[in-house]
Design a protein around this ligand. Structure first.
Ligand SMILES: NC(=O)c1ccc[n+]([C@@H]2O[C@H](COP(=O)([O-])OP(=O)(O)OC[C@H]3O[C@@H](n4cnc5c(N)ncnc54)[C@H](O)[C@@H]3O)[C@@H](O)[C@H]2O)c1
Length: 352
């Protein structure tokens, strides 16, 4: 049984549902929010506090779940490690590669682990893609097309930290498309090169809300990612062209792996084998439930499928490369981004 303290009662409410779906693995001991009424609203009998110090000092707690605005992710994760806890931290895990290195060092020197949140990875379609790969039915990744077309209007930006460099530390590339790009890295491997054009076209905010991105992967595959917060509604679409099949998601926005995908063979003779592998994959934990189950397995040394800090680093490296490219008019930027890169310490515009 892993005892958890949740910091932040916004998306923290969805994390709480994930823990409650796994009562043999987790017990949420306290929910903390500066706005304690918000914590009480979601608590359903779990104790609440407005003082994060109470959570860090509680010797019963094994795992602190940081569901706070982005500028607090690194300091709160470090505080949790110093208190001898493991950490789940919402995206983005950090707002510079330099800070990721600080987290890596702190994790190595502590008894705890950091688990960045990428819950989109979990669901039956991911297991189906893995099974198809294991059966030799995918072949090499060739081309991916990603759409993060979501609707964010003025009301979304009434939360003061959103849409600002100081609070959100970036726009749609940091806060929204980060999930689709994590899926790309998970399924197609490491990114070798990025070109990016960013713009703010939808809302009156400081940060970008549209992006047109191209990637070259280390294995030679290409990918294109189209990002906007000006959609009529929220849709995420992913199309993966492998050597032997094309995999196409539905348009469910926040759980792309928890829905039926189409898997179409390039050689029709392979279709029956593909259909058989896909049908044999059972329902699996999706979203936060699937994500948290793997965190518990990792903490209990039962499996290593949890999202780890190296995955968080890859996401921050990609964001760094995207901003570097966008600021040089879309010129290609190669990964990995070195410690001598001008944006290694962060992508905040200088005037901020
Ligand atoms: N994984 C996902 O799909 C997903 C979805 C939404 C948000 N997020 C991420 O989760 C994080 C939080 O987003 P949100 O939408 O829940 O934000 P939010 O502003 O709605 O909620 C954050 C809460 O943290 C509280 N808070 C701030 N500072 C605090 C402190 N020092 N101590 C205790 N409580 C404090 C605030 O009072 C607020 O209630 C962000 O990083 C966001 O990017 C992730």
């Amino acid at each position: 049984m892993i005892r958890v303290g949740i910091l932040g009662a916004g998306i923290g409410a969805e994390h709480l549902q994930g823990y409650r779906a796994l009562p043999d693995l987790f017990e949420v001991v306290v929910i903390c929010d500066l706005d304690e009424a918000r914590a009480k609203d979601i608590a359903g009998g779990t104790p609440t506090t407005a003082d994060a110090g109470v959570v860090f000092e509680n010797p019963q707690i094994d795992l602190i779940d940081v569901c706070l605005p982005p500028h607090l992710h690194v300091p709160m994760s470090l505080r949790a490690l110093e208190a001898g806890k493991s950490v789940i931290c919402e995206k983005p895990i950090a707002t510079s590669l330099k800070d990721v290195s600080v987290l890596e060092k702190a994790e190595a020197q502590s008894g705890g682990q950091i688990y960045p949140v990428f819950q989109y990875r979990f669901g039956r379609a991911m297991a189906q893609l893995q099974a198809l790969g294991d059966a030799g039915l995918l072949g090499a990744p060739q081309m991916a097309s990603l759409e993060t077309h979501w609707a964010r209007r003025a009301d979304y930006y009434t939360v003061p930290w959103r849409g600002t460099w100081a609070g959100e530390k970036g726009g749609a590339v940091v806060g929204h498309a980060i999930h689709a790009h994590d899926l790309l890295s998970t399924l197609f491997g490491k990114v070798a090169q990025v070109s990016a054009v960013l713009d703010t076209r939808i809302n009156l905010i400081e940060t970008e809300d549209c992006a047109a991105l191209t990637f070259k992967m280390r294995n030679g595959a290409l990918a294109a990612s189209s990002v906007t917060l000006g959609g009529a509604d929220d849709k995420t679409r992913i199309k993966l062209i492998y050597e032997k099949l094309t995999a196409t998601s539905g348009s469910k926005p926040y759980a792309p792996m928890d829905q039926d995908w189409a898997f179409q063979a390039r050689d029709p003779e392979n279709q029956a084998a593909i259909d058989a592998v896909v049908a044999a994959v059972l329902e699996t934990g999706a979203g936060f439930t699937g994500y948290l189950a793997e965190v518990a397995a990792a903490m209990n040394c039962a499996s290593n499928k949890a999202v780890r800090l190296a995955d968080g680093r890859a996401s921050i490296e990609l964001i760094t490369a995207i901003y570097a490219s966008a600021r040089s008019g879309g010129a290609p930027v190669t990964c990995p981004v070195g410690t001598d890169h001008p944006l290694y310490g962060g992508w905040q515009p200088l005037e901020d």
